[in-house]
Design a protein around this ligand. Structure first.
Ligand code: PLP
Length: 399
């Protein structure tokens, strides 16, 4: 499994030596034939698992017709996905791109542009929150304000401030004449699976309206059914002015978008923004098939049902292993377990038992199963978690 040859891939990731060849639903199979239960889902991407028949058929059918034409032409698949996204959300306009960072960047641009075309070019500042993650472009990094990720990359774009807590008083104190709006993940993913909470999101909406500033939700990770609603903000029954999505919407095909109300969308006229690949026929055909499946009420009910079951089981794991896990976090199938050992050691221990997971901030373990996961597969993961706890305890005694 381990290759000793020098890799030419840039060393921006600490990679496990696993080499997967195939996927089947929630399972990944290595080139040696070993099976792993994929509870990382390529970081919240494979919402329908691997090689889902409907997505495979959609991709194959589109591949035989047309891959790419550019946005110089009308793309029927793109129109259809935009229609479906708007039918299922607050939105009236959609811009397609290829990743979460681009979606977040577009969200920032449209929030500023709206004020500029409405006579307030001075309103440029975006307020975000400690622990946020919006992607790896310079503006997205500046928005998140994580100094470690900005280090060595020169001056960060200006016009971003961070609020230290999900606290309306602290947030209001940061608002001034230059404020364009607020950026927030309704449930923070990378930052440690932190749910901002219904009450806070409602207060946030009211505060933005009071100050006539815009509210942008980054649902790149928590959207597309992950929390048991199509979009996480639906739990709070509030709507944003703009929302970024990516990850789950492509089900594994690179696809992102930012969605706006009509008043924001109208600020973006021909020439103001663009993307060569964004929303191409292949990506949007797959995206429409994902959305059609995930938006079914019965599908979202399944997510709520299995996430309730999983969380109940996880609470028991924490009870029995309080030396390893201290807290259950998140919403739906966006699950965090706060760890006492290093979270990377917990990820490795779970991997040893053939279950894949992902680390997150605040020393948290992230469990992100495909949304069509079964109770039986969840039971496999629970058994692996129990076994990993035994191993971690034994390793600690030895140390
Ligand atoms: C992953 C993520 C991004 C960045 O997405 P990329 O596709 O990696 O650019 C942005 N925002 C949130 C909330 C994310 O989880």
């Amino acid at each position: 499994m381990n290759e000793s040859k020098q890799s030419h891939v840039m060393t921006t990731y600490n990679r496990a030596a696993l080499r997967f060849e195939r996927g089947e639903g929630a399972w990944l199979i290595t080139d040696d034939g070993d099976r792993y239960l994929d509870f990382g889902s390529g970081v919240a991407v494979n919402v329908l698992g691997h090689a889902h028949p409907k997505l495979v058929a959609t991709l194959q059918a589109q591949a035989e017709k047309l891959w790419h034409v550019s946005n110089l032409y009308t793309i029927p698949e793109q129109e259809a996905l935009a229609d479906a996204l708007c039918a299922h959300s607050f939105a009236e306009r959609v811009f397609f791109c290829n990743s979460g960072a681009e979606a977040a960047e577009g969200m920032i641009k449209v929030m500023r542009k709206y004020h500029a075309v409405n006579g307030h070019p001075e309103k440029v500042t975006l307020i975000s929150f400690a622990g946020a993650f919006h992607g790896r472009t310079l503006a997205a990094l500046a928005a998140a304000g994580n100094q470690a990720y900005l280090e060595g990359f020169g001056p960060a774009p200006a016009g971003f401030v961070q609020c230290s807590a999900f606290d309306i008083g602290k947030l209001e104190a940061l608002i001034d004449d230059t404020t364009a709006g607020v950026l927030i993940e309704p449930v923070q993913g990378e930052g440690g699976v932190r749910d901002t909470g219904t009450a806070f999101l409602r207060d946030l909406r009211k505060l933005c309206d009071k100050h006539d500033i815009l509210l942008g939700f980054d649902e790149v990770q928590c959207g597309i059914g992950r929390t048991g609603k199509l979009f996480a903000h639906e739990w709070a029954e509030v709507t944003p002015d703009v929302m970024a999505i990516a990850k789950g919407i492509g089900g594994g095909f690179p696809l992102g978008a930012f969605l706006t109300s009509e008043k924001l969308g109208a600020a973006m006229q021909p020439g103001t923004h663009g993307s060569t690949y964004g929303g191409n026929p292949l990506a949007t055909a797959v995206g429409a098939a994902v959305l059609e499946t995930v938006s079914q009420p019965a599908f979202l009910e399944h997510v709520q049902d299995v996430s309730g079951f999983f969380r109940q089981q996880l609470a028991q794991v924490i009870d029995e292993n309080s030396d390893i896990f201290t807290e259950l976090r998140g919403l739906g199938l966006l699950i965090g377990l706060k760890c006492t050992p290093l979270n990377s050691d917990v990820v490795a221990a779970l991997r040893h038992h053939h279950v894949l997971s992902v680390g997150a901030g605040e020393n948290t373990l992230r469990l992100l199963p495909p949304l069509n996961v079964t109770r039986e597969e969840i039971a496999v993961a629970i058994a692996a978690l129990q076994a990993a706890c035994v191993d971690l305890r034994a390793a600690k005694k030895e140390a």
